[in-house]
Design a binder for this molecule. Structure first.
Ligand code: NDP
Length: 497
């Protein structure tokens, strides 16, 4: 029997004592102000614990220890094989603590335990493992300048890196930033979202057990306008890797300009289109379109949230999607068979409901779902929803809803579909459903998005870059390209004659 089926999650949840202090310089500590903030279980609305509310003073303390650790060379000057061994041990410890980490993630975010066990925790461990394995396989360069000079182009760690992350995939998104930053030899300060701190603090405990030196990995929980802003403005942080909303991403660019011009990596929002052509495999497309918007309750930056479907096949596609809407129905996240969990907060649930209302005022019709459900649990659940009769100029087609709400737009000619797909301020991902592979490639080339899937959605691997065009951000997470934001290139020119 699998881990998810054989574990008694409710009794494990009762005995769990999540850490709730900051982790700075190898110690779990209260915020210097003594203040805390609450974190709630989205599936019950109940308080889980109070967490240290770090502010500028705590951030400054974390930066100081991180800088000292960096300057001392205790981490960056390790032999590559030694740094690799420690990170591999950490990824192994993450795997050994699968149940606890998965439970923390599920209690904090409301996502199904099945997903935390099979996707979130293993993906986090694998990302750290992948970057650890890169450490002794990356070669530097010699620039070709003839026999009289030796021109070395070497990568060096940038110094103190901060990662500011959202609540939708706390472990996964953190690992995409921790992996390259630590593998390159930097010190790192992680600021989790206020709704989802618990798994980050467990990661810190395991980092220490793995042998990551004190000060190299720190976690400063806190609120965005306090801890997050202090990170953005700190004069001694060299790079910030941010994932979150476009609005806050813009602030990080301002913080950088107002402080030390720190490097900023931005992974922001999306309104990713699926183009479904007449010639598509509709059964396959129906399943993927359903998962692409409803997985994680639509709280996914690259969720396939705009369906651009040929007018002649829309009804057929909807019929094929209905069984998926029934199957992907929300339930108790601690139940091992549950496919969809809760939305992150009451405020967020209200925001998504507002968009369902707004769409109808704008002229859309609810084709599936649309209702809040399971209110008796105290949690925040919504039905998988599709709005039809949508035009791309409506707000529901332009703004990121970040909930289980698909908007369906019909088209007649393929050029029109491509134009609609590109008519967005976002450009994170897109998909084309088309059996004619030449046609599909031609469409893919025209789509302005960081990832384009052909006859698939959300297929992903740590070795493929992830990030956006336009206001979906810049810089890339994952793959070797992630090293670009956390390293400096140094040219050393040696004259030989
Ligand atoms: P936010 O942008 O609100 O928050 C992201 C992080 O920034 C959190 O840690 C938050 O802290 C912090 N923050 C908030 N306000 C400030 C501020 N004024 N100064 C500094 N830091 C701040 O996004 P959400 O957490 O609400 O996540 C949802 C958004 O993230 C969606 O728009 C989604 O598309 C995007 N996203 C993008 C992804 C991508 O890879 N492109 C992946 C996942 C999400 P706190 O929460 O504690 O206030």
């Amino acid at each position: 029997m699998s881990v998810v089926m054989q574990t008694n999650w409710r009794s494990l949840a009762q005995s769990l004592q999540p850490r709730n202090q900051a982790f700075i310089g190898g110690k779990f500590v209260d915020a210097l102000s003594g203040r805390t903030f609450p974190t709630y279980n989205p599936a019950t609305g109940q308080l889980i614990t109070q967490i240290a509310a770090c502010d500028a003073a705590d951030v400054d303390k974390a930066v100081q220890v991180a800088r000292r650790a960096f300057d001392s060379g205790i981490w960056r000057d390790l032999k590559p094989t030694e740094r690799k061994a420690i990170l591999l041990r950490w990824s192994q410890l993450i795997r050994e603590h699968l149940e606890e980490l998965a439970l923390l993630e599920t209690l904090d975010t409301g996502k199904p335990i099945k997903e935390s066990v099979s996707v979130d925790v293993p993906s986090c461990a694998s990302a750290i493992q992948w970057y650890a394995e890169c450490i002794d396989k990356l070669y530097d360069e010699v620039a070709p300048n003839g026999p009289s000079s030796l021109v070395l182009v070497t990568r060096e760690p940038i110094g103190v890196v901060a990662a500011v992350v959202p609540w939708n995939y706390p472990l996964i998104i953190s690992s995409w930033k921790i992996g390259p930053a630590l593998a390159a030899g930097n010190s790192l300060i992680l600021k989790p979202a206020e709704q989802s701190t618990l798994s980050a603090l467990k990661l810190a405990e395991l980092a220490q057990q793995a042998g990551i030196p004190d000060g190299v990995f720190n976690v400063v929980p806190g609120l965005g306008p306090e801890a997050g802003q202090a990170i953005g403005l700190h004069p001694d942080i060299d790079a910030v890797l941010f994932t979150g909303s476009t609005e806050v991403g813009r602030k990080f660019l301002e913080y950088s300009a107002r402080s030390n011009l720190k490097r900023v990596g931005l992974e922001l929002g999306g309104k990713s289109p699926h183009i479904v052509t007449k010639d598509a495999d509709l059964e396959k497309a129906a399943m993927y379109v359903a998962y692409a918007i409803w997985y994680n309750m639509g709280q996914t930056c690259n969720a396939g949230s705009r369906l651009i479907v040929h007018r002649s096949i829309k009804d057929q596609l909807f019929e094929l999607m209905r069984p998926w809407a029934r199957r992907l129905y929300p339930g108790d996240p601690l139940e091992p068979t549950t496919e969809l969990g809760a939305l992150i907060s009451a405020e967020h649930c209200d925001r998504v409901k507002y968009y369902i209302e707004l769409g109808q005022q704008e002229g859309a019709r609810v084709a599936f779902g649309g209702r809040q459900i399971l209110q008796e649990t105290g949690g925040w659940f919504l039905e998988p929803t599709v709005l039809e009769n949508v035009h791309n100029d409506m707000r529901v087609a332009r703004e990121e809803i970040f909930g289980p709400v698909l908007v369906a737009i019909e088209y007649n000619e393929l050029e029109e579909a491509v134009a609609i797909a590109n008519d967005s301020e976002y450009g994170l991902a897109a998909a084309v459903w088309c059996r004619d592979i030449t046609q599909a490639h031609l469409v893919a080339r025209q789509l302005r998005a960081g990832t384009v899937w052909i006859n698939a959605f959300d297929h992903t691997s740590i070795n493929a870059p992830f990030g956006g065009y336009k206001q979906s951000g810049h810089g890339r997470d994952k793959s070797l390209h992630a090293f670009d934001k956390v390293t400096e290139l140094k040219t050393t020119w040696v004259e030989l004659h």
